[in-house]
Ligand binder design. Sequence first.
Ligand code: MN
Length: 423
Amino acid sequence: MAVREWLETFRDDVVTIDAPVSRELEVTRHLLANPRAPVHFRDLDGYEGVGGLWASRARIARAMTIPEEGLLDAVGESQRHPEDVRLVDHADFSANESTDFDLRDSPVPKFYPKDAGRYITAGVWVAEWEGKRNLSFHRILLLDARRGVARIVPRHLRTMHGQAQAAGQELKVAVCIGLDPWLLIGGGTSVEYGVDESRIASSLKRRTLGQPVECVKLKNGLTVPADAEYVLEGRLTGETHDEGPFVDAVLTYDRVRQEPVVEFERVYHRQDPIFHMILGGSDEHFNFMGMPREPVIRDGVSKVVPRVAGVRLTEGGCAWLHAVVAIEKHTDGDGKNAIMAAFASHTSLKHVTVVDADVNVWDDREVEWAVATRFQADRGLVVLTGVRGSSIDPSAGETTAKMGIDATRPLTAKPEMFLKATL
Ligand code: MN
């Protein structure tokens, strides 16, 4: 669906700003002032933009016509059972196609004062190599009229780029902006290499709305979602450039790295397109970064304990570094096994708190209550040192330390000692 149609669907939540807003920093002030609302910029230096459109899980669930509690199951099922997309002939973004463009004449914003420049943040990259298709998010710093430098974390796109370079080729890519939530979830999903995340998105859409994702073939041969607002077609080159600083999920400035330069050849966009931006460290960022990992953690922990009642990557932990996992415990060792399984299933995880199923993982106060009343540091604490962690944690070195808190109640003790009194 077009972004404009989503804004209409959620019109009661939308903050519309008709006055001119500068794409340099001023845009961030509005997004920070409205952290959970879609902020619709009608005049972003002459362009239209939106941020925070998917800042609430309730809106994501509503778009998929499922209850919010069903989101994790739906995402998990679609990750386990990807389905084909439907190839169609027409995309609305084909209405405007150009090889003569300047990326700087655009709504692409600069978010924070010490950011290296203007960044595309909601772009889902499509790439294909040796019959495998990959979807993934990578921020892009604009360099000039046709080039950008992208933070390509060492995952699947990096692998494809490396293999293409080794074969003496430049990897063809397409960056899609203004996608539907199932595709943004697909873009934020990283399963094993070779699994096409557009098939995960298609499965998610079919499971919830009864229809597959529709894709079209671009001039460069790549197949991309037909509903995008903008599509940038290009190549990932062998050239590298300084990338960063940039404020990412942890709200600090990510350091400068040498990253690959992307060169664009063709830009497509809808009639009156709305540019989607995701502010680093916002709830909208977390929904497409952390949320798709929650079912993966749940699956991992489910292999070692009888039942997992809830999984949450917490906002304070940047929806990436800290998790709370609720389990139904059958033996006293289950809490610690759950800790180890959580670390194994999400390698960036730094701290995990395991609680019983009677604790609501979404309520920080309840989780702390469980730690206060059911945890003893000399028995329930697991500390691992020298483990691979996350590059986004500024306090980590080459390796990191990890901490697990087993805040489940001991099965040998009388339950009434540990259960909350009720009326
Ligand atoms: Mn992938």
